[in-house]
Design a protein around this ligand. Structure first.
Ligand SMILES: Cc1cc2nc3c(=O)[nH]c(=O)nc-3n(C[C@H](O)[C@H](O)[C@H](O)COP(=O)(O)OP(=O)(O)OC[C@H]3O[C@@H](n4cnc5c(N)ncnc54)[C@H](O)[C@@H]3O)c2cc1C
Length: 483
């Protein structure tokens, strides 16, 4: 066994250091299956002290390392190069403390998002950010990605719910960012704000303090079916323009509805509809009666074919089952799924969807759409066979054009899934070389030797040099000869 693996084994024991080629297959990619690479090794620490010890060994040996939660990322964030060691935090899954008075929880990073809500449910509390992967994804991954979810339209993204973090920096030292009182940076820079969304490139969070929200008195969930996508999009625009703030506003197109209905996530959605709009409102009972009537009025004004409202918790769960299971249902369409994450202003949703359909046709790819309509956060999904080079190339080319379209419509290349390795090449669509230089300087203050998750997020000199696959990025961003 090479000396590095021996040193790691001395720290954690043989069962928590994985280095056989076959076993490493499980860590070769995340949900973005276009980029695959088996890491050099995987370690499974169980405490902050173990993460520190591992990072010190790796930093001393100048071996790059990549934090990983559940690997549900859709942009290649936790995928490690062949020379890198994955620090898998899945075994750090304890809820360390909850305060039902001050409304916060302190958790280890491997705690699964939905498990935290289950843990505090009996106290009438929940953790609000709810990625559709919430049955699997971890709070550490959510923090690193600044994740969103259907209910983030009203409640905000992860950054609005994280109060503090204990972080092992890339040299093995510890930093405490923020605190449970929510006084993020009373007398200084908002380092927690910087860390949130840094995609595992600033260090490894080993304890995270998050806000807990009291459950609302009542929740009402309505599903409207429309004969065309434009009507569903206009209904969303009008609902928001009227000053209503639903907890969630989600749209699924017909291809998605049909995939869901043919799958184990079957939710009873009308298969003849061109689109369904799922609206959830929550708050005091009396207010909701009025709001539900208003929402119904907007449905009618835009010619809804049918409207269904959940009568109880079981029906609400059913209506959400199709939405939350939509990506899984697409496993029926082909072997691989490229989930895009563009954002457009809400008022440009119709234009964006028409443009996306045209791009899909031009590239001959199978496209479905399921998205956070209230935020203008689109998820065009391209189903393809990753074993077929031509199909993969067409999926990637269509994806690039779709993201360019989002930027051209005044939006961005990511609403919540991050840049990772997937969108490195697309970053210059949004940022000038000067912008990128500032971001690179901030990152190098945290991660001076670029050992922590190298080659991600910023197409800097080192990240471009990191991957021989993307020489064109170096040429475009750094100018020819940039290295
Ligand atoms: C079916 C499906 C639905 C999804 N729906 C949503 C959605 O609605 N909203 C949304 O925002 N995302 C969604 N995602 C994307 C994904 O679930 C989120 O990005 C999630 O936060 C990733 O968490 P994870 O535990 O899987 O992290 P991983 O995928 O393992 O890692 C993600 C990134 O975080 C870093 N990281 C992980 N743990 C730590 C840590 N402790 N410290 C520092 N860095 C760390 C990694 O290096 C990597 O860069 C979805 C994904 C799938 C597959």
């Amino acid at each position: 066994m090479p000396p590095l693996e021996q040193a790691l084994t001395r720290l954690l024991g043989a069962a928590r250091v994985v280095h056989s080629r076959d076993a490493l297959l499980a860590w070769e990619c995340d949900g973005f299956t276009v980029h695959r690479s088996r890491p050099r090794a995987v370690v499974l620490p169980e405490s902050t002290a173990e993460v520190q010890a591992v990072v010190r060994v790796l930093a001393d040996a100048r071996v790059p390392f990549v934090p990983r939660g559940a690997g549900t990322c859709l942009s290649g964030g936790p995928t490690a190069g062949r020379d890198a060691v994955v620090v898998d935090l899945a075994r750090m899954r304890s809820v360390l403390q909850i305060s039902t008075d001050d409304l916060y929880a302190v958790v280890q990073p491997g705690v699964v998002n939905l498990d935290l809500t289950r843990h505090v449910h009996a106290h009438g509390l929940h953790y609000a950010p709810d990625p559709s992967s919430q049955t699997v994804c971890t709070i550490g991954g959510n923090l690193a990605e600044n994740s969103g979810g259907p209910h983030c339209f009203k409640y905000g993204m992860t950054t609005d719910h994280v109060l503090g973090a204990l972080v092992v920096l890339p040299d093995g030292s510890l930093a405490r960012l923020g605190d449970h009182a929510g006084a993020r940076a009373p007398h200084g820079l908002d380092l927690l704000g910087l860390f949130c969304g840094s995609e595992g490139t600033f260090g490894i969070a080993t304890e995270i303090t998050v806000r807990l929200c009291p459950d609302q008195e009542e929740v009402r969930t309505l599903l409207a079916a429309f004969a065309d996508m434009s009507s569903a999009c206009r209904a969303v625009g009008d609902i928001v323009a009227a000053g209503l703030v639903p907890a969630a506003l989600e749209i699924l197109d017909q291809a998605t509805i049909r995939a869901v209905e043919a799958s184990v996530y079957r939710a009873g959605y009308p298969e003849d509809a061109a689109a369904v709009l799922l609206v959830e409102i929550d708050g005091p009972r009396e207010v909701l009666a009025e709001e539900a009537a208003e929402v119904r009025e907007f449905f009618a004004r835009h010619g809804a074919l049918s409207v269904e409202e959940a009568a109880d918790a079981a029906e609400r769960k059913r209506l959400w089952k199709g939405r939350k299971g939509a990506f899984g249902a697409m496993g029926r369409l082909n072997t691989d799924l490229y989930v895009l994450d563009g954002v457009v202003p809400r008022t440009r949703l119709e234009d964006a969807l028409a443009g996306i359909a045209a791009i899909g046709e031009r590239h001959g790819v199978l496209l479905t759409n399921v998205f956070h309509a209230g935020d203008g956060n689109l998820h065009p999904n391209i189903s393809f066979d990753g074993r077929d080079a031509d199909q993969t190339a067409r999926a990637v080319a269509a994806g690039r054009e779709i993201l360019q379209l989002c930027v051209d419509l005044g939006g961005s290349i990511s609403g919540e899934h991050g840049i990772g390795s997937e969108k490195l090449e697309h970053v210059p669509m949004m940022f000038s070389p000067a912008d990128l230089e500032v971001m690179a300087r901030v990152r190098s203050a945290w991660n001076p030797d670029d050992l922590c998750n190298p080659g991600k997020v910023l197409p800097t000199r080192s990240s471009c040099a990191e991957s021989a696959k993307w020489p064109q990025i170096a040429a475009r961003v750094l100018g020819e000869g940039g290295q």
